[in-house]
Design a protein around this ligand. Structure first.
Ligand code: 3PG
Length: 307
């Protein structure tokens, strides 16, 4: 029988697992669960007889593909797929997919929540500021960026976006001002919200020179990936500029140093929480299950990431 494994170090809500099970069993497949695992060995063991795997930010590298002898498809229930070695997937003749957009609203809501937390001084009882009328810069206008724009409009923010790949007309149709360069975005905006993927080009790209363009009191919000930040340069800049705040849903490698040096100007969630809602889990998890069934039964390769 075709075996679908859900391998999630950070588990889905139970209601999402129930939904995944329904899809998988309706197709006549079997569901196996490996949740909250703490050791890669557990994953290597669990994938041995799996035909398909649903993951979140779980690392699926060549070693995992080597261990998964029956594997035909791996679906990242979520957007960012920097955790899958796509070359290794291709070498092992495994199809890799993601589920774009399915958790975007959840991440966008958290981004705005983090902004409120930052402008209200981490709810420490002192007088803060409001989001209304502030210039928000959306760095990358994909599914999450678009949802951030939609929610930010409700706050009455003045919204700007930069995306090297998204046409200006698409951005402006949403009532968002498209700026011509990433430098302009940072020079213009009081708050910048990051929605770029972690790629060879973007890693370490949020650096001293870029963030230093932000006006006095600038707030950088990262619900994307820690790798896009040049942490050493951001630390240097925040040491020099006492007015800047850094708020992250993805704990920096140098968390201890940030926390110790920038009390009251730095916050990171203990675990990536953007997509950690029942709704996002249901949307992304069930989409992943449907994509697996469609691929195995009908050869549907929509959302395939590798060649
Ligand atoms: C994504 O890329 O979809 C988000 O970062 C969510 O990741 P998660 O599923 O590990 O919470």
């Amino acid at each position: 029988m075709t075996k679908v494994l859900v391998a999630t170090e950070k588990p889905f809500a139970k209601v999402a697992v129930d939904g995944i099970r329904k899809e998988v069993e309706a197709a006549g497949f079997e569901l196996a669960l490996l949740e909250k695992y703490t050791d890669k060995k557990q994953l290597l063991d669990a994938v041995k007889d799996a035909d398909a795997i649903i993951i979140r930010s779980d690392i699926v590298d060549a070693e995992v593909f080597d261990a998964a002898k029956n594997l035909k498809i791996v679906v990242r229930a979520g957007a960012g797929y920097d955790n899958i070695d796509l070359n290794a997937a291709t070498a092992h003749k495994v199809c890799a997919m993601n589920t774009p957009g399915q958790n975007a609203n959840a991440v966008a809501e958290l981004a705005l929540g983090l902004m409120v937390y930052a402008v209200r001084n981490f709810f420490n009882g002192t007088s803060g500021t409001e989001l209304m009328g502030k210039k928000l810069g959306i760095h990358a206008y994909g599914n999450v960026g678009r949802n951030v724009a939609r929610v930010a409009k409700g706050f009455g923010m003045d919204i700007y976006a930069f995306d090297a790949f998204c046409p200006k007309e698409v951005i402006e149709k949403d009532g968002v001002k498209a700026v011509a360069s990433v430098e302009e975005l940072y020079s213009t905006c009081d708050i910048v919200s990051l929605h770029i993927p972690a790629t060879a080009e973007t890693k370490n790209s949020i650096n001293y020179a870029l963030v230093n363009r932000m006006p006095k009191g600038g707030i950088l919000v990262n619900t994307a990936r820690k790798e896009v930040i040049n942490e050493a340069e951001l630390i240097k800049l925040m040491e020099e500029r006492q007015d800047l705040k850094y708020i992250a849903d993805i704990m920096p490698a140098a968390n201890d140093e940030f926390a110790q040096k920038f009390a009251g100007r730095y916050f990171a969630t203990p675990k990536k929480m953007g997509a950690q809602t029942a709704e996002a889990n249901i949307n992304a998890g069930i989409a992943a299950a449907k994509q697996i069934v469609g691929f195995i039964k009908d050869g549907n390769e929509k959302f395939r990431l590798n060649k």
